[in-house]
Ligand binder design. Structure first.
Ligand code: GLU
Length: 431
């Protein structure tokens, strides 16, 4: 038997079924189980080994084919950027490494072609942790090409780790977008039975083809089973679990819609911007050379942590709760905190410094406690914002790229395109 074969290991007390992965140790057998975890079993424990089915490369089963355009169906363009959704398991290592081509992904999910006329193009083939501001500009320009060539909607496949940064970045960069741009990722690679790629892709395509929504959004699993997907607000969502398929949740907001693909149902949860193919798309891109940091408050902070950002263009702080930081010298153990405040003042004199909360949910309120008032007086921006730190980071980068420092002071905590909720809805917690 060879790596990639589906096998059963009969042990004294149980039978393990999984895909054989090359083992680093000759005395053990490694199986990838259907839940995605690898298990190592000592060979001496194995009573019998059964070959269930040999490995067949997915790309061999389904050859990519040229898609014919059919009348009456909308045109969806899929732009691929990489991530797990474009990956397959490498059974020599057990890791997810190799990449599918866009054509192979289309061939793997042929139902896509029943929903729309689908074209597909590779923009990049990378893990999303490597994305930089420059990649947002490339994606925005690629979206413009598709809009100009008449697409009714665009799906961007993307690694999930930074998908919510990209969704925020495209929301700011694509001004006047009249069609849907839906970001789709997967927590399990597309070649696996448990992949979420299929439902996420089909739901995104179905949503584009059967709704009048316009704008940027995210489409990912609503629950851990394959029942429904959520269309999530691009500026108010976050990856809230390292591995679950329903990891993406709205933060301080409700989902835009639920898509039940099997029942062909779309349920909108609130207001949304309507499609307008005549709308003129104007790009407002990112200055790729900007240096913006994120500093997380923690116990035992030192002034050097603040001063290390002196040469940056901007800083987002993940403060505690309402926006607190250790700046009070309350006894001899905390004397150093007055220097934290001094360094914070120096940073604010040089660059926009924006407060966000490591509590994740809720709003920054710098007027409640004296600590917050001192932080505000030092020049920290973001009072009353309910943006996630990730959206605050992207908004700051975009403002620094397109506005003066004085304008940024006014605009950072003002809702421009839905990044700040006017009201805090009690239902918008732990959805
Ligand atoms: N870290 C990779 C990425 O974000 C893989 C995770 C994923 O795609 O879900 O691209």
């Amino acid at each position: 038997m060879k790596p990639g074969d589906l096998i059963e290991l009969v042990l004294d007390d149980e039978v393990l079924k999984g895909t054989l992965v090359q083992s680093p140790d000759p005395e053990t057998i490694v199986l990838k189980l259907s839940n995605g975890y690898n298990v190592a079993v000592e060979k001496s424990r194995v009573r019998k080994t059964v070959l269930v089915s040999p490995l067949v490369e997915a790309s061999v089963i389904k050859k990519p084919r040229q898609v014919e355009m059919r009348k009456g169906l909308p045109l969806i363009s899929i732009l691929h950027t990489g991530g797990t959704i474009a990956s397959k398991v490498d059974y020599r290592t057990g890791g997810v490494v190799a990449r599918f081509s866009p054509e192979e992904i289309l061939a793997m999910f042929p139902e896509l072609n029943g929903i729309a006329n689908v074209t597909s193009r590779l923009v990049s083939n990378m893990w999303s942790e490597d994305m930089r501001l420059a990649h947002y500009n490339v994606m925005a320009m690629e979206v413009r090409k598709e809009v100009e060539s008449g697409a009714d909607g665009i799906i961007i496949t993307h690694g999930t780790d930074t998908l919510h940064y990209t969704s925020a970045a495209l929301s700011f960069a694509l001004q006047g977008l009249g069609i849907p741009v839906i970001l789709v990722g997967a927590q399990r690679s597309s070649d696996r039975g448990s992949t979420d790629a299929r439902l996420n892709l089909l739901s995104a395509a179905y949503f584009i083809a059967n709704s009048d929504f316009a704008g940027v959004a995210i489409c990912m699993h609503e629950t851990i089973s394959d029942t429904s997907c959520l269309i999530l607000p691009a500026l108010k969502s976050r990856k809230m679990h390292t591995s679950r398929r329903d990891a993406f949740r709205p933060i301080n907001a409700l989902p835009i819609a639920r898509v039940c693909y099997d029942e062909r149902g779309i349920e909108f949860k609130g207001d949304y911007r309507k499609r307008d193919k005549k709308s003129r798309l104007g790009l407002k891109l990112f200055n790729e050379g900007l240096k913006i940091g994120i500093l997380k408050a923690h116990p035992n902070m030192y002034p050097e942590e603040f001063s290390s950002y002196r040469d940056f263009d901007g800083l987002v702080i993940e403060g505690y709760a309402l926006g607190q930081l250790p700046i009070n010298a309350v006894d001899e153990k905390t004397n150093i905190h007055s220097r934290n405040l001094e360094e914070l003042r120096l940073l604010c004199a040089k660059m926009p410094v924006v407060m966000s909360s490591q509590s994740i949910y809720g709003r920054i309120q710098l007027d409640v406690y004296s600590t917050g008032r001192d932080i505000k007086a030092a020049g920290v921006l973001g009072h009353l914002s309910d943006m996630t730190p990730e959206t605050a980071f992207i908004k700051l980068a975009w403002l620094l790229s397109n506005h003066s420092k004085d304008e940024i002071r006014l605009l950072i905590a003002k809702n421009l395109i839905g990044e700040i909720a006017e009201r805090s809805e009690k239902e918008a917690f732990l959805i």
